[in-house]
Design a protein around this ligand. Structure first.
Ligand code: AMP
Length: 484
């Protein structure tokens, strides 16, 4: 999973400093690498492994000239996270196209093994955006001439859709001074257009999450539809082009865990959907005849909003029982179970006062391998809890994500092949409730009734695109080879 932001600013003004601010707001979407590319008649690029604040110095900002710019934060799910995989990428053909994306191509292994060698193309990296960039540039090349811009972008995006399968949203720049964005035919990955008006004129932006707009004073204009592209010529109204027409199935895990609560995705407030997950979970807690708790305690950060609304609905006090150390790195990607569990303990420290002698109900957004829940339950008991109950604001995760959310491999999911009672036993809880799939889906849909279906592949193993399973098999072979 990654994040991007593209801005078409006022002509004559350097936009990179604002792009930087927007990328900081998207940092939660990827902490492994970041990059910015600007255009003032030439492309200027700076990208590297690391966090946004550590990569860009004032000398970089001075070099990143131009009113058009795109930026990216990377969370590697394909490749080994090497320096050369950082985005954006650009190619000089035809005339110059730059691009950054969020997502995963499900036919990437096949493209690498077959299409690129056939076309005599040497890849620069193991980043799958290269495949989209190449197909897009080929599509563009075929139309060059007197065609209107909208027709050329239509052809280029169509070529990208034809070649690149999977889930991806893209932002980019053409060297003729145009910014563009597009969203995969199933609309699995979010993509939103923003607008800022001042006395000097109107500026446009495209991003993975609306929070990037808030911090730089852009308003949410509208989400791109699935299979839709947007083209922005600075100083003009944007052109929206519907390129493909399939069923829209946005990823529900964005609402559960990935996105910031202050973002809106497909008009759905992430914050409000988490509140609804909490209400639905409270209802389910009651319906299932679960035991009475004395207090609700969230596992920070992403479970907070749901835990608060669950506590309100159950008429229970809500307490912050864990203090999070923000300076402990990501536990989820540690190489082995032992390292992951050690980091969880360092990351979350209890306030014993909130546990001693109480029946505590811990709430988390999800249980993947079960490391967090197992460790946290142990910590809660050591802190003196009488009973430790656990509730997850999403159903059991049992299937990997082929679309770029870093999940465990099949065998690592604690809920795979286990009943809920067996998972409860494994994590050591006195009672365990997962939010049911339908209740989660309905809580998401309540934010936008036009969404008839979400991608729930990680809960069901049913994916909206047809080559997802092949991709997962190829991906796990590639990962195993990379580890060896
Ligand atoms: P686990 O310890 O493996 O059960 O992971 C569950 C915890 O990881 C929960 O607290 C989630 O908030 C968090 N989580 C879930 N999915 C992801 C992901 N794809 N990347 C990082 N953290 C995640």
């Amino acid at each position: 999973m990654c994040g991007f932001l593209g801005i078409a600013g006022l002509i004559g003004r350097d936009i990179a400093p604002e792009l930087y601010e927007g990328l900081i707001a998207l940092q939660h979407r990827g902490q492994d690498a970041a990059g910015m590319l600007s255009f003032d008649g030439m492309f200027h690029l700076r990208k590297q492994n690391g966090m946004v604040r550590d990569i860009f110095r004032s000398r970089d900002m001075q070099r990143l000239k131009g009113h058009l710019a795109i930026g990216h934060v990377r969370y590697p799910t394909v490749g080994v996270g090497a320096e050369e995989d950082a985005q954006p990428f650009y190619m000089n053909y035809p005339f110059g196209v730059a691009m950054a994306h969020n997502g995963n191509l499900t036919n990437w292994v096949d493209l690498k093994a077959n299409k690129f060698p056939q076309d005599n193309i040497c890849l620069e990296s193991s980043c799958d955006v290269e495949a989209i960039l190449y197909a897009f540039a080929q599509g563009l090349q075929r139309t060059i001439g007197s065609d209107p811009l909208a027709n050329r972008i239509h052809a280029a995006v169509k070529a990208a859709f034809k070649s690149a399968k999977g889930a991806y949203s893209v932002c980019g720049i053409l060297s003729e001074g145009v910014m563009f964005g597009f969203r995969d035919p199933s609309g699995i990955k979010p993509c939103i257009v923003g607008r800022r008006e001042s006395e000097e004129g109107v500026e446009w932006a495209v991003a993975s999450e609306s929070v990037a707009f808030d911090v730089i004073g852009f308003d949410r204009y509208r989400d791109l539809n699935n299979g839709e592209a947007v083209v922005v010529v600075p100083g003009e109204e944007p052109i929206f082009i519907q390129v493909a027409d399939q069923k829209h199935t946005p990823c529900i895990f964005e609402l559960v865990y990935f996105s910031r609560p202050d973002s809106f995705l497909d008009k759905i407030s992430v914050y409000k959907s988490r509140r609804r997950f909490g209400e639905a979970l409270a209802q389910q807690w009651r319906d299932s005849g679960a035991p009475e708790a004395d207090v609700v305690i969230p596992i920070p950060d992403s479970a907070r909003d749901a835990a608060l609304s669950m506590a309100e609905a159950l008429g229970l006090p809500y307490r912050e029982g864990f203090t999070k150390n923000r300076y402990v790195g990501r536990t989820f990607i540690m190489p082995n179970q032992e390292a992951r569990q050690r980091s969880i303990r360092r990351k979350l420290n209890p306030i014993p006062l909130e546990f001693r002698g109480k029946n505590v109900l811990l709430v988390d957004d999800s249980i993947v391998r079960g490391n967090t829940s197992r460790k946290i339950i142990e910590v809660a008991r050591k802190a003196g809890a009488a009973n430790v109950y656990f509730a997850s604001t999403s159903p059991p995760l049992t299937a990997p994500c082929p679309y770029g959310i870093d999940m465990a491999t099949e065998k690592d999911f604690i809920a795979r092949g286990r009943t809920i009672e067996e998972v409860r036993d494994e994590i050591g809880a006195d009672h365990l409730v997962y939010l049911e799939l339908d209740r989660m889906i309905n809580s998401g849909k309540a934010g936008n009734e036009e969404i008839s279906e979400f991608c729930t592949g990680c809960f069901t193993g049913c994916y909206p695109t047809d080559d997802a399973e092949e991709h997962l098999a190829a991906l796990s072979a590639e990962r195993a080879a990379a580890r060896n």
